[in-house]
Design a protein around this ligand. Structure first.
Ligand SMILES: [Zn+2]
Ligand SMILES: [Zn+2]
Length: 439
């Protein structure tokens, strides 16, 4: 696996990391724990216990034997991890727990953004990460912790919505480490096909590929043993599998939805999720909406600064905005209801909550179908995305009303404004159709 040292001069490290990210090649940067600013004591199980909200604090765990998820009191979980003797599980044992997808303590998040240890460009909500463009309450959880011991791990999977993954091992005990197997971004389709030939679905994250299966696979598999201070950079759509070994290891991981992730997710990942019913979580369409608005503003400012000249800076911004606007146009055409039934007259962007399809798990952006009747016990309405609805996926009673989240004219104006600014820096042949209207 390509490896860099964290002690490289910052600008050089940044350029290298970005280069691998763009090419979609796995990368490891070693030795962050040796940099000034690293805080050993912050990442220990003892720190977690001391700063927990009390004895009632629980951690979500998965029993790797029966794949069941549950909540366990934090002190009990840590006690179990410390006392694990047989490093390789086997025999008659029926329980071994992995603290998976844990909530990141605030202090860890603060350390990440203020310590200057990890390059700024790859931090959550910085640089190109589209999560910055949407209100905080609409953001999915993108920072997670993983608390493991030998014998636990994560089956082969792709990170959500073509996001870029970062995974930093912050603490180990008794030679804890994690063995990573990873593939290139460009091999995503071959990996899916290979998994299907094994009777598995890589997007369902259910299959731990054996060493033999990985060895004879028709694509390149990168391997790395992650130790304390190692940051693994996971390319978009890279399939990866992680096996923890030895004693305790704690990892801090976060994902970034960079602009190319948005288009990739919309075009290639969401259709897969819809088919296999994998929850989307990341609200890709909201992110595209936010990125289009932010990109329009920046491009229009750059154009006024250059007095309308199409400088290289303007070109770079234009080329980033254009594919987003194309995807956005598709999204709003898809969400257009010619009868405009159930469309609200007013809209409060801050009052929005996330709605997802109760059938396929897609995040709902504009139009969907709702039933307030059939779930009478829980008094909750059932929401079904339009794509599911036209395919005949419905609620039990099948009496659903169309609903629209925001006034359609609002989406149209975001789209038309973006096209207007873009067209000012495109040649005549490249111009996008201006002024979409609704009948
Ligand atoms: Zn759906
Ligand atoms: Zn119903």
């Amino acid at each position: 696996m390509p490896t860099l040292e964290a002690s490289l001069p910052a600008p050089r490290l940044r350029i290298k990391v970005m280069e691998y990210e763009e090419k979609g090649i796995p990368l490891v940067v070693r030795g962050f724990h040796k940099l000034p600013g690293w805080e050993d004591a912050l990442f220990t199980p003892e720190w977690l216990l001391e700063h927990s909200t009390g004895l009632n604090e629980t951690i979500s765990v998965r029993n790797v034997y029966d794949k069941r998820d549950s909540e366990m009191p934090l002190p009990e979980f840590i006690e179990r991890c410390k006392n694990i003797t047989d490093i390789v599980p086997g025999g008659t044992q029926k329980e071994r727990y992995y603290g998976k997808d844990g909530i990141c303590p605030e202090q860890w998040e603060a350390w990440l953004s203020s310590s200057g240890v990890v390059p700024k460009q790859i931090l959550p909500f910085s640089g190109d990460d589209a999560f910055r463009f949407i209100p905080k309450q609409c953001r999915a959880e993108t920072l997670m912790t993983y608390f493991g011991v030998g014998g636990t791990g994560t089956p082969c999977h792709k990170d959500l919505c073509a996001s870029v993954g970062q995974n930093l091992m912050v603490h180990t005990e008794n030679e804890g480490s994690a063995v990573w197997y990873m593939t290139l971004r460009e091999d995503a389709t071959s990996v899916s096909q290979y998994f299907r030939s094994l009777g598995q679905e890589v997007d369902l994250e259910t299959h731990v590929a054996s060493e033999l299966e990985l060895k004879v696979a028709p694509f390149k598999v990168y391997m790395h043993r992650q130790e304390r201070g190692d940051l693994i950079c996971v390319p978009q759509k890279s399939c990866h599998q992680v096996i923890n070994e030895g004693g305790i290891s704690i990892k801090l991981s976060w994902s970034r939805m960079i602009l190319s992730s948005l288009v990739m997710a919309y075009e290639s990942e969401l259709p897969i999720y819809h088919r296999v019913c994998r929850p989307e979580i990341y609200s890709v369409k909201h992110l595209i909406h936010g990125a289009v608005m932010s990109g329009t503003k920046s491009l229009s400012e750059a154009l006024s600064e250059s007095d309308g000249d199409v400088t290289s800076r303007v070109c770079a911004m234009r080329d980033r905005l254009k594919p987003l606007v194309n995807a956005y146009t598709e999204i709003i055409v898809e969400g257009w209801d010619p009868q405009r039934k159930g469309e609200p007259q007013t809209w409060d962007p801050d009052g929005q909550t996330r709605i997802s399809c109760d059938f396929c798990g897609a995040e709902i952006f504009q139009s969907y179908f709702e039933c307030r009747e059939c779930d009478q016990e829980k008094k909750e309405s059932v929401s079904i995305c339009s794509t599911c609805y036209v395919e005949g996926r419905s609620c039990v009673c099948d009496f659903m009303e169309p609903v629209t989240v925001q006034p359609f004219s609002l989406l149209l104006s975001v789209r038309n404004k973006a096209v207007d600014v873009l067209n000012r820096c495109l040649t005549e042949e490249e111009q996008l159709i201006p002024d979409y209207t609704h009948a």
